[in-house]
Every structure is written in structure tokens, then in C-alpha cells.
Design a binder for this molecule. Structure first.
Ligand code: ZN
Length: 329
């Protein structure tokens, strides 16, 4: 499905079968000298067919088309290497570009091992750990090959057609997430930093980080921009950027309150047990959630716990026992 949004600017809805996100938005900007595709899809047939028929409908010449990936998640990035013509540019932040290339590189086992070790330390059950990695979209639908990326810098301007897109570094959803802002048209291509109909997942998989605090700072950064239209990575285009930023902040402060109460009432608990107690926008009970959803929920729980820990409201218990358990101060 192709939708014309503005002059030389299109949205292609790329389906994500059996994925709660349902679809991902790929944005296409067409110019006389070159075109730009922002985000792609998973490296699977359904995504490739949808994107290629969208390209055909627009009349896109891939020989003149560059690709920009807002972040490293496979639903946005993995298909790019199958579509890009050799010699054309692939843009991403340095941080996320390196991770995208890890998925089709020889260092992939080390990547998953580090994630697995941290998940176990945070209480993820050994019995479903294998399945969580095996069924992870980043593993199942990884890129065909590595890309020779041009690394974006914060504030850099990408000129296509009549558009001047400023790269706005917005870490949080991933550590190298980038939004594109067009100040003349007041358009924000927001990737997964700001979504309208659903809440972006904020996960943490590294001890020495505060993903949620970083995400809040990136929301404040985008709140400074004069935005008339948000083109998100998933679901519908919307207008009220400022209003949505406020809702997302409210959502996470409500979530932090919930996690705090769970720890106060039931602690000490490990992060996986805390995730089990939290409310999720999924049908059915926790035990019936698909393993990949348990994995994403666990990551989100860790991000909220770590935020509370950095604030000094939660402590991790210093014992030899693994996994790490948390209690309220
Ligand atoms: Zn994402």
C-alpha cells in the first residue's frame, strides 16, 4: 500500500506477519538526482514483495536510491542490504550501523551470548532462553550481508528533492536511534522514538546504562522542535507531537509507579518476576505470552527497575545468588 503524503514523499506500509506491531512504515522521498528510502522491513519475502511493489507503483529507480535506517532493529533495517544497489549510500548512526552489521557478521554469537548472559543474570528462565534467541526477529530475519555505511552525525543535513532533513540523534529506543526533521515543512520522521497508537519499547540489556533517562532526554530534545506532522515507524501518521510526548512521559511515570509498588509489595524480586507482575497490552495471561514477547517485556522491566535504582529508590541485593533481586529502600 502506497500513500502520497506530500510532494515527492510517500509512505509504504510493509506487513510484519504474526508480529504484534502488524506493519512497519517505509518512507520514500523522490528527487531528480537521487531518492531516499527511510527504513525497510524484515528480511523476509512478505516484506520484500510489499516494498518492491510499492517501489514499482512510485516508479522508483533503485540505481538512484540511497537508504537511511533510523535504528538497528531488524524490522527497520534488515531488508536494506537485499535492496540497495552496489555503490549507493546506506546511512545510519555509527552505533546502530555497527550492530546492524553484527547481525550478518562473524561476531554474531558473541552478541547473542552477551545478551543471554545478561538476561539470565536478570532472571530470564533458562528453559525458554534458547527459544527467545531463536525466535527473535533480529535472528530469524537478519540482513543478507554487511553494508558499507556512511555514519550520520547529529545535526547533519540530508538533502533530497526539496527537503532538508536534519538528523536528530534520539537515543533511548536504541542507543543509536536517529529521527529526521524537516524544518521548512515541519515534518518529523520519528522512527520508533515517538509512535502515535502504540508505545515504543524501552528496553535495557546492559548493566551500565539508564535507557529510560536517556529516552526522556531525547523526548525533551524533540519537544523543542516545531512539528506539524509526525511520520512514525509504525501505525498512523499524526499531528500533535508535543501532546504525544507528554502522553509518553506520563505513560512511563505511571509505569515507574507500578514497578515501585510491585517491588514494595512483593520484593525482593528479580526483573523477570517483576515483569510477570506488570500489566501488559497483550491478550491472555503472562504464562501464555509468546516467548519473544516475554523477552521484550523483560527488557522493558529492566529499564524501569534500573531507572528507579539510579534514583536510589530501589537497590539490588548483594548476594552470591543469581539472578539479581531488587528491593525498595
Ligand atoms: Zn524499533
Amino acid at each position: 500500500m502506497v500513500e502520497k503524503i506530500a510532494s515527492n514523499l510517500y509512505r509504504i506500509e510493509v506487513p510484519l506477519p504474526r508480529n504484534p506491531l502488524k506493519a512497519i512504515n517505509s518512507y520514500v522521498i523522490t528527487g531528480a538526482d537521487r531518492n531516499l528510502v527511510v527504513d525497510t522491513g524484515l528480511n523476509r519475502e512478505e516484506c520484500k514483495n510489499a516494498l518492491q511493489s510499492g517501489f514499482a507503483e512510485i516508479g522508483l529507480d533503485l540505481a538512484k536510491t540511497d537508504f537511511l535506517l533510523t535504528h538497528m532493529h531488524a524490522d527497520h533495517s534488515a531488508l536494506a542490504s537485499s535492496l540497495i544497489v552496489p555503490g549507493r549510500k546506506a546511512y545510519a548512526s555509527r552505533r546502530d550501523a555497527i550492530t546492524i552489521n553484527t547481525f550478518s557478521g562473524s561476531d554474531i554469537d558473541a552478541h547473542w551470548n552477551a545478551l543471554r548472559d545478561y538476561a539470565v543474570l536478570q532472571g530470564f528462565p533458562q528453559e525458554i532462553l534458547f527459544l527467545a534467541v531463536e525466535k527473535h526477529p533480529g535472528n530469524m530475519y537478519r540482513p543478507e550481508h554487511r553494508l558499507d555505511f556512511d555514519y550520520l552525525t547529529d545535526g547533519e543535513v540530508i538533502h533530497v528533492a526539496d527537503y532538508d532533513f536534519q538528523c536528530i540523534f534520539t537515543p533511548g529506543h536504541t542507543r543509536g536511534h536517529v529521527c529526521l526533521y524537516e524544518p521548512n515543512q515541519k515534518i518529523l520522521i520519528s522512527g520508533d522514538h515517538i509512535l502515535g497508537d502504540i508505545t515504543p519499547n524501552i528496553s535495557q540489556w546492559i548493566e551500565d546504562e539508564d535507557a529510560l533517562a536517556v529516552y526522556f532526554a531525547s523526548l525533551d530534545k524533540v519537544a523543542q522542535l516545531d512539528v506539524a506532522m509526525v511520520l512514525p515507524g509504525h501505525r498512523s501518521i499524526f499531528k500533535d507531537c508535543q501532546g504525544r510526548i507528554n502522553e509518553l512521559k506520563e505513560h512511563h511515570s505511571h509505569r515507574l509507579g507500578e514497578v515501585m509498588r510491585i517491588i514494595q509489595d512483593n520484593g525482593p524480586l528479580n526483573a523477570y518476576e517483576i515483569a510477570e507482575h506488570m500489566t501488559w497490552d497483550m491478550r491472555g495471561i503472562w504464562a501464555d505470552f509468546p516467548v519473544p514477547q516475554k523477552w521484550f517485556a523483560h527488557g522493558e522491566a529492566i529499564a524501569h527497575i534500573k531507572y528507579l535504582q539510579k534514583k536510589g529508590w530501589v537497590v539490588s541485593l548483594q548476594t552470591e545468588d543469581k539472578p539479581v533481586r531488587y528491593s525498595a529502600t
